[in-house]
Design a protein around this ligand. Structure first.
Ligand SMILES: [Zn+2]
Length: 217
């Protein structure tokens, strides 16, 4: 799989998906398409899409399939994704979205879905220590003694703990993720595209497991 790659990366929050997506993107020279990043940028820039998304988010709801499928479709039509492929992060989240993705990407379909597997107890402790840049969304880990004020090394924004990073809220999100993702894993499994990869270990160890799965595909 030298000429690009077409990958969906799944994994619980806190599984290290973001880090590995960036590395895979550099290694295979394919765009890392994070729907979270695209949404945050759209909201920040106040685009039409951003305004629609913000209204939904402010109402405490999840951005619907129509908006999500629309932004992914638009992004997949850009030159880099057309010629090299893509690593999708944060999409699809549901079988309905996966079906829509197979339709909009029919000419350049998803080659493989990788599930980055990290036990729930481990991601719980990582997420409890998570701190997030309010402006660019970069993630950091608290060591117990946080700098005050803590400013983002990428953009200078405030680094804070999200209000919804409490153990109860984290557990609720992990439950929701599992409920949604199990059918997705079955969906990709039925077409022989599902590849679980052990996500426990150093970023280098996990990365080398990922590349051997992608290269062996
Ligand atoms: Zn930042």
């Amino acid at each position: 799989m030298n000429a690009g790659a077409r990958i969906v990366l799944l994994g619980r929050q806190g599984a290290g998906k973001g880090t590995q997506c960036v590395r895979l993107s550099r290694h295979y020279v394919v765009p890392h398409i994070s729907t979270g990043d695209i949404l945050r940028a759209a909201v920040r820039e106040g685009t039409e899409l951003g305004k629609m998304a913000k209204a939904v988010i402010d109402a405490g709801q999840l951005v619907g399939d129509d908006i999500m499928v629309g932004i992914v479709k638009e992004r997949l039509e850009a030159d880099d994704a057309r010629t090299r492929g893509y690593i999708l992060d944060g999409f699809p989240r549901t079988v309905a979205q996966a079906v829509a993705l197979d339709e909009i990407a029919a000419e350049r379909p998803v080659g493989m879905a990788i599930d980055l597997v990290v036990p729930r107890e481990l991601v719980l402790s990582r997420l409890s220590a998570r701190r997030v840049c309010r402006d660019c969304g970069a993630n950091f880990q608290s060591t117990g003694v946080d700098p005050r004020p803590w400013t983002c090394e990428n953009c200078g924004g405030d680094v804070v703990q999200r209000d919804d990073d409490t153990p109860a809220a984290i557990n609720q999100r992990l439950d929701l993720y599992e409920t949604q993702t199990q059918p997705l894993i079955e969906y990709y499994g039925r077409s022989g595209r599902m590849h679980p990869v052990d996500g426990v270990g150093s970023p280098d160890e996990v990365f080398s497991r990922l590349t051997s799965v992608v290269d062996g595909h």
